[in-house]
Design a binder for this molecule. Structure first.
Ligand SMILES: Cc1cc2nc3c(=O)[nH]c(=O)nc-3n(C[C@H](O)[C@H](O)[C@H](O)COP(=O)(O)OP(=O)(O)OC[C@H]3O[C@@H](n4cnc5c(N)ncnc54)[C@H](O)[C@@H]3O)c2cc1C
Length: 375
């Protein structure tokens, strides 16, 4: 009998738990630890901010759906990992103590390092959580005239919601933007290709921004935010009355002492998703030290690879399923400017870009189907 312990209940943790529960026989024990009893579908947070759906539409009871699969759910937070003893220390109301494991899966996602940009906490909004998205939505609803800036800080590795927020603002404030009462700008810390892991979608995205009256600024590495102003390390000063930014991303600092992380606390893994230097330990999702942006479909792909390799190890076989790092993303512009991008980050031989209203509809349908299937 093997004990598999999964830390984190986001895309990566949920899919790893599901795949393992479906492939292993019931003599093995799969446990998932998460501080949240609900799963939130993050790609829909822009819709939530703009009042196009409710919190209930984009979340479901994680504990209940794991129970149906025969996965034990522990509500709590990981405090420490002791690989020599194969134990993890958990703090929580339901459980406070140590859990042992034979196989460990690290799926705790990224940390929002807002402290890296002075003034972020006081003067900027983000939408990387339900509360934050609702708060930003309230400020948008109350906005009457002035400058709205949306963008990514350096190391904020999530370009899709930045673009989608700009398009949603343009739809909401079409009249005010046409008569010059409201202006919307987008900021990227480098080029568009940098933001999308090397993919060249400059022409399509830039023409879509232009058609919606959105101005774009590249190479603006935000270094500080003051009241009504964004400052960059390249001496830009950009005025704003409302600011929504993706903050810098970091991994989980509590892993630092284990010798498995890079300089930004992301976990180093090999192509099989095994953690460098730790036996029987895998890492998946945003917590992993891979180059480029961080997307849900990558977390899902990595979870499937890790689950197959753990299954092979438990079955006494050599793990051999390899992960391929690719982007498959839809930027929903809410109409004919929506873009589908498929691109291989590690080798640019794979490149597919399609544009049209269909992709806006496809994203909504795919998201709804995904939530229903994995509930
Ligand atoms: C607004 C927004 C829009 C997005 N749009 C898209 C999109 O269009 N397409 C796309 O592919 N991706 C999109 N993404 C990215 C996608 O949501 C992430 O890549 C994905 O959530 C990563 O999954 P994960 O499981 O690695 O991390 P997460 O989903 O962040 O889950 C991490 C889990 O670990 C838990 N955890 C953290 N610390 C601990 C701890 N100490 N102990 C126990 N548990 C812990 C958390 O509570 C959480 O349950 C978007 C994200 C956001 C925020």
């Amino acid at each position: 009998m093997a004990k598999i312990l999964i830390l984190g209940g986001g895309f990566a943790g949920l899919i790893a738990a599901k795949r393992l529960a479906l492939s292993l026989d019931k003599s093995h024990e799969v446990t998932l630890v998460s501080p949240n009893t609900n799963f939130t579908f993050y790609p829909a947070l822009v819709h939530l901010a703009f009042g196009e759906c409710t919190v209930d539409d984009i979340s479901f009871d994680l504990a209940a759906s794991l129970k149906e699969l025969g996965v034990r759910f522990v509500r709590g937070e990981v405090i420490r990992i002791n690989p020599a003893r194969r134990k993890v220390e958990i703090a929580g109301n339901d459980f406070d103590g140590e859990l042992g494991y034979d196989y460990l899966v690290l799926a705790m996602g990224r940390r929002l390092a807002t402290e890296k940009v002075p003034g972020f906490f006081e003067h900027a909004q983000h939408l990387l959580g339900v509360k934050a998205a609702l708060k930003f939505g309230e400020l948008v609803s109350a906005f009457r005239d002035g400058k709205i800036v949306v963008g990514m800080c350096p190391d904020g590795r999530l370009p899709v919601p930045v673009c989608e927020t700009a398009f949603a603002l343009a739809r909401k404030f079409e009249t005010e933007m046409n008569n010059g009462k409201i202006r919307v700008s987008v900021i990227f810390p480098g080029s568009l290709a940098d933001a999308f892991g090397g993919a060249n979608l400059h022409k399509e995205l830039e023409s879509a921004f232009e058609r919606h009256n959105i101005s774009v600024h590249y190479d603006v590495p935000i270094s500080e935010i003051s009241f009504n102003e964004v400052l960059s390390s390249k001496k830009h000063k950009i005025e704003c009355d409302l600011l929504m930014l993706v903050p810098p991303f970091r991994g989980q600092g509590m892993l630092r002492g284990l010798g498995i992380t890079d300089g930004e606390d992301f976990v180093r893994v090999d192509g099989l998703m095994r953690v460098h230097g730790l036996e029987r330990t895998y890492a998946i999702g945003d917590i992993v030290a891979f180059s480029g942006p961080k997307f849900a479909h990558m977390a899902v792909g990595q979870a499937e690879v890790a689950a197959e390799n753990i299954f092979a190890e438990i079955s006494g076989e050599k793990p051999c399923t390899e992960y391929y790092h690719e982007i498959a993303a839809i930027i929903d512009a809410g109409g004919p400017d929506s873009i589908y991008l498929h691109y291989g980050v590690w080798d640019d031989s794979l490149y597919q870009l399609k544009k049209g209203r269909f992709w806006s509809w496809a994203k909504d349908s795919h998201d709804a189907f995904w939530r229903m299937r994995n509930k």
